[in-house]
Write a protein that binds this ligand. Structure first.
Ligand SMILES: Nc1ncnc2c1ncn2[C@@H]1O[C@H](COP(=O)(O)OP(=O)(O)OP(=O)(O)O)[C@@H](O)[C@H]1O
Length: 632
């Protein structure tokens, strides 16, 4: 017997629940958790804690690099500001027939220093930007993976995708380039204005009047840019959602001949994004001409007024040269300043969208938080609780819905044996599984394992003792081995072989040229429906669960495979509780107990013989099932 079955044999022999604390010490608990923790990238939990993941915090974490980059930028700006004075000095030296070698060499050194500082400045700010994007993406992705299922299902996948991919890039610019540009250009503008005031206050007053009006217009434009960019980013998110919706159902789209219809729908959403994108472009591109008009006007006034003042002797020609150069130097940073303000406004919209995503509710381990890992199982058992699972008057409605899906549902599942859940479609069978996995919590009532309310159990612990094969038997892109070991990453070859054997997959895998290393496509493409289902079952078996939940697990199997799997279930249920939403009579009749559910209520519980005798609904279901089994 392999370690795999030996481990479960222990559960069976004792007939007592191996304390969950003990399980923690063994493969399913913190030891594995620690190993996993080492294996996965460091999650930025400090950013995830509290009220949510706030993108602005990422800025704080990299402030040193940003401050360093900005300081280098300011030094570069200072060297830029010195350049007109040096050129002015050169003009004076030429006028006065003094040696010009010194000013030329000094000017060249200034240009080279400026260029080097500029490069360093760009590198530091660029690096900070990449670090910030990395941090935000990492933090948000971790938070999404830990989000409450009910909170996550309220989001559209495409929108989440757009926020994580494109909003982070836009936010990067706001948090680095835009802030840096505002500081640097602001410094250049203030410095330039100061120097111009020192050269000639009269000319400066004329310049400021010309530039002042255009500056006010530019600021108004920047505010408009923000408003439109929120709309544009939402439109882009809608486009992503629409695309993901159809691409994830491409076979259905084709089979329904809906390509043209869907393409039309996507086109209209893309048109909305284009419309707001154009509005954004119009507003952004108005910034340049607005500033140009102001500059042209200022330049004309400065040249005219300056020439008059030079002619009247109120101003030296060298001062006029320096003033005009300062004006040129002022224009570029002024333009950068307003563009940066607009850029910052666009980025703010993205940061707000990321912050919304960062507020998504995450799963919490109440028990883990309260007792820091200590288990409360022993006292409960001492009070006489039986090993196994109990549904105690559980009521449930899905979020954003008034419909009562489970109404006072009560039943007990022993720690081994097969329990079949049957009932008409929509009766709440799959919902029972979702509550056991704690994808949702009951509205009232409790689910207990070995006497402990699962709401008080660390989620990692709960999900390691409960194995879940969902209705869609979801597989991921990757090799068969990756899929098999998904919930038990350190499973050895012996255990893998055992799980494959029990799921009746050994021969199928052996027949593949690359065996376990065969690559599967999205959602397990490359295997048949039945093979995918059995692979999902083998994956869950490798997790060595104490409770194995099979949702319609035998629906896709041919008679031969189904028989093999039925035998496996019988073997597994010797040392593990199997709860199956069953649709075939062969599975139902072998169950130790059958729970009949209808419209969210437990109608009856018993064996096949008992229910066949006293429950009308069961008799009807059994008859229908027998007919469909004969037909298939
Ligand atoms: N995510 C959801 N949000 C809102 N209502 C839901 C959701 N999932 C299921 N329901 C509703 O809950 C009820 C029970 O669904 P459930 O899937 O548990 O039934 P079921 O017995 O497993 O049905 P089937 O045999 O067809 O799979 C149904 O009325 C369904 O419409």
């Amino acid at each position: 017997m392999s370690d795999w079955t030996a481990g479960r044999g222990r559960h069976h022999r004792s007939r007592k629940p191996v304390s969950l604390a003990k399980e923690q010490e063994q493969g399913n608990g913190p030891a594995r958790g620690r190993a996993l923790h080492r294996a996965v990238p460091q999650l930025h939990l400090h950013l995830l804690s509290g009220k949510g993941a706030r993108p602005w915090r990422a800025l704080g974490r990299h402030r040193r690099l940003i401050v360093l980059g900005t300081l280098i930028g300011l030094m570069s700006a200072a060297t830029s500001l010195a350049q007109p004075a040096v050129i002015g000095g050169l003009v004076t030296a030429v006028q006065e027939h003094r040696p010009i070698k010194g000013p030329i060499l000094f000017g060249a050194a200034l240009f080279i220093t400026d260029a080097i500082l500029n490069a360093l400045h760009s590198y530091a700010i660029g690096l900070a930007g990449e670090n910030i994007v990395f941090d935000i993406r990492n933090t948000l992705a971790s938070r999404l993976l830990r989000s409450r299922f009910r909170a996550y299902t309220g989001w559209e996948e495409g929108d989440v995708f757009a926020r994580l991919v494109s909003d982070t890039i836009i936010a990067r610019s706001a948090m680095t380039r835009a802030i840096d540009d505002v500081i640097n250009s602001g410094f250049l503008v203030i410095g330039g204005v100061g120097l111009m005031a020192w050269v000639d206050p009269v000319l400066l007053a004329a310049t400021l009047i010309c530039l002042g009006v255009t500056s006010v217009v530019s600021l108004l434009l920047a505010r408009g840019v923000r408003r439109v960019s929120v709309r544009n980013q939402t439109d882009n998110g809608n486009f992503g959602s629409a695309l993901l919706r159809v691409l994830s159902a491409l076979p259905t789209v084709k089979a329904s001949r809906a390509e043209a219809r869907e393409a039309e729908g996507i086109e209209s959403i893309a048109k909305e994004a284009r419309k707001s994108g154009i509005q954004l472009t119009v507003l952004s591109s108005l910034l340049d001409p607005t500033m140009s008009i102001g500059t042209q006007l200022a330049l004309s006034v400065v040249i005219g007024l300056g020439a008059a003042r030079t002619a009247s002797g109120a101003m030296e020609p060298a001062d006029l040269t320096a003033f005009i150069l300062y004006l040129f130097y002022l224009v570029a940073p002024l333009l950068t300043l307003f563009t940066a303000i607009a850029q910052f406004q666009i980025g703010r919209a993205s940061i707000e969208r990321l912050a919304e995503l960062g507020m998504i509710e995450v799963e919490t381990d109440r028990q883990a938080d309260r007792t820091a890992g200590r288990t409360r199982i022993a006292p409960f058992l001492a009070n006489g609780y039986e090993a196994g699972m109990v549904f105690d008057r559980v009521c449930f409605s899905y979020p954003r819905s008034d419909k009562v899906v489970l109404d006072q549902v009560s039943f007990t599942v022993a720690s081994d044996g097969l329990t079949a859940i049957v009932g008409p479609s929509g009766g709440g069978k799959s919902t029972v599984f979702q509550l056991i996995e704690r994808l949702y919590d009951p509205v009232s009532g409790a689910i207990r394992i070995d006497g402990v309310d699962i709401a008080d159990m660390p989620l990692n612990q709960l999900r390691s003792v409960v194995g879940y094969v969902d209705q869609d038997h979801t597989l991921l892109r990757g090799t068969i081995r990756d899929n098999l070991t998904y919930s038990a990453p350190y499973a050895g070859d012996k255990d893998i072989a055992e799980a494959l054997r029990m799921a009746n997959l050994s021969e199928v895998i052996a027949a593949l040229p690359n065996g376990l290393e065969t690559e599967l496509g999205d959602r397990g493409a490359g295997l048949s429906g039945g093979q995918r289902q059995r692979l999902a079952i083998a994956r869950t078996l490798l997790q060595t669960p104490r409770f194995l939940l099979l949702d319609e697990a035998t629906a896709n199997l041919d008679s031969e495979s189904e028989k093999a799997l039925r035998d496996s279930i019988a073997a597994i249920s010797e040392f593990c509780a199997v709860i199956a939403i069953a649709h075939r009579m062969s599975t139902i009749t072998q169950a130790r107990q059958i729970i009949v559910m209808e419209e969210g209520k437990v109608q009856a519980v018993g064996t096949h013989a008992e229910l066949n005798e006293r429950n009308v609904l069961y008799r009807r279901l059994a008859k229908l099932q027998e007919l469909s089994d004969v037909a298939s």
